[in-house]
Design a protein around this ligand. Structure first.
Ligand code: DGL
Length: 254
């Protein structure tokens, strides 16, 4: 079983970690588009183009299924990918929504994500059609905080407070609609005491159980479109240990 996982950068490694924990024998090929991150500030057509190019790279590595471990790409490009590719494609939005619907008692659910994810309305449509009230907030500073390794402490606490104050007291469940955000979970939970915080990466890994066989040689290939400055630090920081990283050559133009 060979699983392809794609993200705009390093955030999708949180999904990789959850998938690997659940299916430790499966082979995984990861691609992070570090040359063109962030996707969250781009137009739909650019997000779709970038995502298709990255998916083609992973298909060329003969993966059996593709996980789009990026909320922004899932929100804008999942339908196109499902039309274009002949392998099963999974995004992070549906599993997160499903888990939030399971957890909410009040029917008031918050969603935080990049500007492009919130603007797409993808979460809002799915949650509203299930009859819950949705409160959204784009949190653009969360991604650079994580990329700097600032996952806790005074600065992070004030940014969390800055974005989440308006949700406090209104919701009983919050979806972390960006792959970087699980790294801020502790500070978010501290600030929104008593709120269920949904990490889509865990929900996604669980939802794959009827498609993924835990078979293979446990190999892990990590490709990035740019071996950028902070990359090695971030990979080790998220995965908790050193892993070899490689440059994905070829098809990527800005
Ligand atoms: N990985 C992206 C997401 O989950 C966040 C980073 C970006 O803006 O590309 O939406």
């Amino acid at each position: 079983m060979k699983i392809g996982i794609f993200d705009s950068g390093v955030g999708g490694l949180t999904v990789l970690k959850a998938v690997r924990r659940r299916y430790p024998r499966a082979d995984i090929v990861y691609l992070g588009d570090t040359a063109r991150v962030p996707y969250g500030i781009r137009s739909k057509s650019t997000i779709v183009r970038f995502t298709l190019e990255c998916a083609e790279f992973l298909v060329s590595k003969e993966v059996d299924l593709l996980i789009v471990a990026c909320n922004t790409a899932s929100a804008h490009a999942l339908d196109v990918l499902r039309k274009e590719l002949s392998i099963p494609v999974f995004g992070v939005i549906e599993p997160g929504v499903k888990e939030a619907l399971r957890l909410t008692k009040s029917g008031n659910v918050g969603v935080i994500g990049t500007s492009a994810t919130i603007r797409s309305g993808a979460y809002q449509r799915k949650l509203s059609s299930a009859g819950v009230r949705v409160f959204t907030k784009a949190c653009p500073l969360f991604v650079p905080l994580v990329e700097e390794g600032l996952v806790e402490g005074d600065i992070t606490r004030s940014v969390v407070e800055h974005y989440l104050s308006e949700l406090k007291g209104k919701i009983d469940t919050l979806i972390l609609g960006c792959t970087h955000y699980p790294l801020l979970k502790k500070e978010i939970e501290n600030f929104l005491r008593g709120v269920n915080v949904v990490d889509s990466s865990e929900a996604l890994a669980l939802s794959l159980s009827s498609f993924v066989r835990d078979e293979g040689s446990s190999s892990l290939e990590l490709y990035f479109t740019d071996l950028s400055q902070n990359l090695e630090f971030m990979v080790n920081f998220i995965l908790g240990k050193g892993e070899g990283i490689r440059l994905a050559r070829g098809v990527f133009a800005t």
